[in-house]
Design a protein around this ligand. Structure first.
Ligand code: HMG
Length: 409
């Protein structure tokens, strides 16, 4: 057995807005969102959810799925770019809510959408070190992706959290030693200045930065995987999952990866290879992005959850190429191998059930929720305790004395 991910769970808020309704409201052809971006619905956060509650909800499910006690956790890392405080880490709120013991290292990581991968890699290094003393790490990615009303980024919003238990012995997911290919560059493609609730984005440039990072990482990955594997990367990797700010990005990313591996081929030939490999290697991982939108740090791992729901136990012995990108920018391309532990994980259908239980909201309700000031949240949240949603175990109840308040239902 090797170190890696021993369980993974997701939490998606219980409300969604359809992109068709958004398109109608903005006077944009529906196909621009459905085909141009590949998005169908997007998750909307109710007043009783935020980055903390989503993280705690996902984490509790991951702990249960791993069948471990909370006192077995010795490291807790939350990766987010939509934290709720400038100083106090989301990880501390979650640590308190879940009731994890004091003999735990607890911290937050930020590197836009790439932060989740950094957290997972840190946790794997920790369980391999002498510091872990047989304990496990809990890693959580949690974000509310909120752009401005009527902005170009609006149809790429979303929200959700993904949690992982990392242990030194697992038969579920381990990463191919040395496969990691990194890339970093100081760019202003997407950023959120202090005090701004929504990000600023140079949309087209951000796509260029993403693709440049992918090209660089693909070349390095090929070099890292020396010998036959490097030469036959496309055959060796059964599924490719890419960070998806919107679903159509999978097409742009995969074509870029194929063109990098085959520099002598024309654009038309690359499209042909894409079409051949799309159904088998790309499509099974896209459901989350289509239905939820961008969840920033957890986006690429929501693709993994989609793949697990779609392919189930047949993922055993498969290799998954994971391309993680975060604006600013940082990226990493790595390869995960799936072992027998998938049998247990695949039984959960945790993601599918959450997507099915969601309630659709109207554009008017969306507009009202979007602008909801914190003061009235406090009032609304007194009713939230009665919210009948089995996945929402932790809720935000308002702000008192500048301190955010949470409760377990
Ligand atoms: P836009 O200007 O709305 O879109 O911006 P567009 O006019 O380029 O159209 C988008 C696509 O729809 C195009 O397809 C159009 O042709 C097509 P493409 O040429 O790209 O293949 N289209 C149609 N298709 C069918 N029927 C129609 C129709 N009309 C147009 N009628 C953009 C799009 C994504 C730039 C914008 O939404 C945006 O700024 N989003 C936010 C930034 C973003 O998502 N960047 C992605 C890379 S950076 C990243 O991933 C990091 C991030 O996650 C943050 C982090 O790391 O923390 C964002």
């Amino acid at each position: 057995m090797k170190s890696g991910i021993s369980s993974i769970s997701i939490y998606i808020p219980p409300l969604y807005l359809s992109h068709d309704d958004l398109a109608d409201a903005r006077g944009i052809p529906k196909d621009k969102f459905r085909i141009g971006l590949g998005n169908i619905n997007m998750a909307i956060v109710p007043p009783w959810d935020d980055t903390v509650t989503m993280a705690a909800n996902a984490a509790e499910m991951a702990i249960e799925a791993a069948g471990i006690d909370k006192d077995e956790i010795g490291l807790l890392i939350v990766s987010t770019e939509t934290g709720v405080d400038q100083s106090k880490p989301v990880a501390s709120f979650v640590h308190g809510l879940l009731g994890i013991g004091h003999r735990t290292r607890v911290y937050e990581i930020k590197h836009a959408c790439y932060g989740g991968t950094v957290a997972i890699m840190n946790a794997i290094n920790w369980v391999k070190s002498q510091h872990h003393k047989g304990k496990k790490a809990l890693v959580i990615t949690s974000d509310v992706a909120k752009y401005g009303i009527n902005s170009l980024g609006e149809p790429t919003q979303g929200a959700g959290a993904v949690a992982f238990i990392i242990s030194d012995e697992t038969e579920f997911v381990h990463f191919l030693p040395g496969s990691n290919a990194f890339y970093s560059k100081d760019v202003h493609d997407f950023w959120r200045p202090n005090g701004s609730l929504t990000p600023m984005v140079d949309g087209k440039y951000s796509i260029d930065c993403y693709l440049e990072a992918l090209e660089f990482c693909t070349k390095d990955l090929q070099e890292n995987l020396t010998g036959e594997i490097g030469k036959k990367l496309l055959d060796f990797v059964d599924y490719f999952i890419y960070h998806l700010p919107f679903t159509r990005m999978a097409y742009k990313a995969h074509c870029k990866m194929l063109a990098t591996l085959n520099p002598s081929l024309s654009e038309e030939q690359i499209k042909e290879i894409y079409n051949d490999s799309y159904k088998e290697k790309i499509k099974p991982a896209l459901k989350g992005s289509e239905q939820v939108g961008n969840i920033y740090t957890g986006s690429v791992y929501m693709c993994l959850m989609s793949l697990i729901d779609e392919v189930g136990e047949n993922l055993i012995n498969k290799n998954i190429g994971i391309f993680s990108y975060g604006s600013g920018c940082g990226a990493e391309f790595l390869i995960a191998h799936i072992g027998r532990g998938i049998k247990q994980q695949a039984k959960q259908h945790n993601f599918k059930n959450q997507l099915m239980r969601r309630k659709k909201i109207t554009i008017e309700q969306y507009t009202e929720l979007y602008g909801e000031p914190v003061t009235s949240k406090t009032m609304m949240n007194s009713q939230a305790i009665t919210i009948d949603d089995e996945f929402s175990r932790y809720i935000f109840t308002g702000i008192k004395d500048h301190k955010r308040q949470y409760a377990k239902k």
